[in-house]
Design a protein around this ligand. Structure first.
Ligand SMILES: Cc1cc2nc3c(=O)[nH]c(=O)nc-3n(C[C@H](O)[C@H](O)[C@H](O)COP(=O)(O)O)c2cc1C
Length: 320
C-alpha cells in the first residue's frame, strides 16, 4: 500500500502546516475536502484540539497536524493522537503519536535519522521554501540526494517551489510521492494571515533568507518578504545585525518557553525600529503595525502568485 493510500488521500497535493494561526481548520478542511491533505499548523495544545475538532465537523476526509519540535509541550501529544497524520519539523526526528508520521528535513543526514526513528516518510524541504528553512539546497536537488540516501521504496515528498501544476508534475517525475505547498495556500481566502500581509505578497517578487525574527527561535533561518523591519535592519548582512542574533541566542532558552499566546501578545507590540523580533506572523485581527514589525513569511514562488483564491480551487488546479 502506498503512503497516500495509507493516509486515504486522493491527490498528491499537501497543504503545508503554517504555524501560529495561519493554517487553521477552515483552510485544512477545504484542502482535504478537495482531495488533497489539509494540515493545521502548531498552536497551543487546547487551541490545536479545537481547530482539529472544527475541521472534523467540516470534512470526513483525513486531516494532518504540524508540530514544530522545539515548541512541543506535553499537551501536543494528545492533540497529535487526534489527527490522521502528524508532520514534524525542526530538530531531532521523533514520533509524537501512533499515527502516520512524516518529518520535514533539510539534509540527507536528517532524512536518514527520521527513517531510523521510524518515520513513515520524509519531506525534502528546499532552500526556496517560505517560512523556516531547514536545508541549504534547492528542493529538486535535495529530493534526488535524499532518495539516493534512503531505501528505494521509502516515501519522499517535496516542499519548496510549488505554485502551479507543472511544479507538482516535476516533483512527481523526480520521484516525490506528493508535493507540499505553503505560500500558495497562504495566499488563499481561507488562510488566517493578515489581509495587508496577503496584499503585500501579491505585489512582491522578492524574498530574503534571514535570522532577524529569531527571538525565541535563534539560528533558524527563515524566508520572508521585505517590510519596514527588514529594510531597517538588513543592511549588508541578510542574516541580521550580529548584536540582534547574539541577543536572540542568549534569550532563546527563556523566550522559547513562553506560552504562545504571550509570545503573540509581545509580537503585537513590536515596532520596526525596536530590534527584538519573535517568529509570530501577522494574523487577521492583529493591529496593522504588525505587518511592518513581524515576519512576512513567503517562499520564492511568491513572484509567480498574483491572486488570492479559494483553497478548493488551488488544490484542484495543483492536481496533476
Ligand atoms: C507562512 C508560513 C509558515 C510556515 N510554518 C511552518 C510550520 O509551522 N511548520 C512547518 O513544518 N513548516 C512551516 N512552513 C514551511 C512549510 O512547511 C514548507 O516547507 C514551505 O511552505 C514550502 O515552501 P513554499 O512556501 O514556497 O511552498 C511555513 C511556511 C510558510 C510560508
Amino acid at each position: 500500500m502506498t503512503l497516500l493510500e495509507r493516509i486515504g488521500v486522493e491527490l498528491p497535493v499537501f497543504q503545508a502546516g503554517m504555524g501560529g494561526g495561519i493554517a487553521g481548520a477552515e483552510l485544512a478542511a477545504a484542502v482535504s475536502e478537495a482531495g488533497g491533505l489539509g494540515t493545521i499548523g502548531i498552536l497551543e495544545p487546547a487551541r490545536l484540539r479545537k481547530e482539529l475538532a472544527a475541521a472534523r465537523r467540516s470534512t470526513g476526509k483525513p486531516i494532518a497536524l504540524n508540530l514544530l519540535l522545539p515548541f512541543v509541550r506535553g499537551g501536543h501529544k494528545e492533540a497529535a493522537r487526534e489527527a490522521d497524520v502528524v508532520i514534524t519539523h525542526w530538530g531531532a526526528p521523533k514520533r509524537m503519536a501512533d499515527r502516520v508520521w512524516i518529518h520535514q528535513c533539510g539534509s540527507v543526514e536528517e532524512a536518514r535519522a527520521a527513517h531510523v526513528a521510524g518515520a513513515d516518510g520524509v519531506i525534502a524541504q528546499g532552500l526556496e521554501s517560505g517560512g523556516h528553512v531547514r536545508g541549504s539546497v534547492p528542493a529538486l536537488e535535495l529530493l534526488e540526494r535524499v532518495r539516493a540516501g534512503l531505501p528505494a521504496d521509502f516515501p519522499v515528498l517535496l516542499a519548496g517551489g510549488i505554485a502551479e501544476v507543472a511544479d507538482v508534475r516535476r516533483a512527481l517525475e523526480a520521484g516525490a510521492v506528493a508535493a507540499i505547498a505553503g505560500t500558495r495556500y497562504l495566499l488563499s481566502e481561507e488562510s488566517q494571515a493578515h489581509d495587508e500581509y496577503k496584499r503585500r505578497l501579491l505585489d512582491t517578487e522578492e524574498t530574503i533568507l534571514t535570522e532577524l525574527f529569531g527571538a525565541g527561535w535563534p539560528s533558524a533561518p527563515h524566508r520572508v518578504a521585505p517590510n519596514a523591519a527588514t529594510e531597517r535592519w538588513l543592511r549588508g548582512d541578510n542574516r541580521g545585525p550580529s548584536a540582534i542574533r547574539l541577543l536572540n541566542q542568549v534569550s532563546g532558552p527563556l523566550m522559547s518557553r513562553l506560552p504562545q499566546q504571550l509570545a503573540a501578545r509581545m509580537a503585537r507590540s513590536q515596532r520596526p525600529g525596536m530590534p527584538f523580533y519573535g517568529p509570530a506572523p501577522p494574523l487577521q485581527g492583529d493591529p496593522d503595525t504588525t505587518v511592518d514589525a513581524c515576519p512576512l513569511y513567503a517562499g520564492e514562488t511568491v513572484a509567480r502568485i498574483h491572486e488570492l483564491r479559494p483553497a478548493v480551487e488551488i488544490t484542484r488546479d495543483l492536481a496533476p
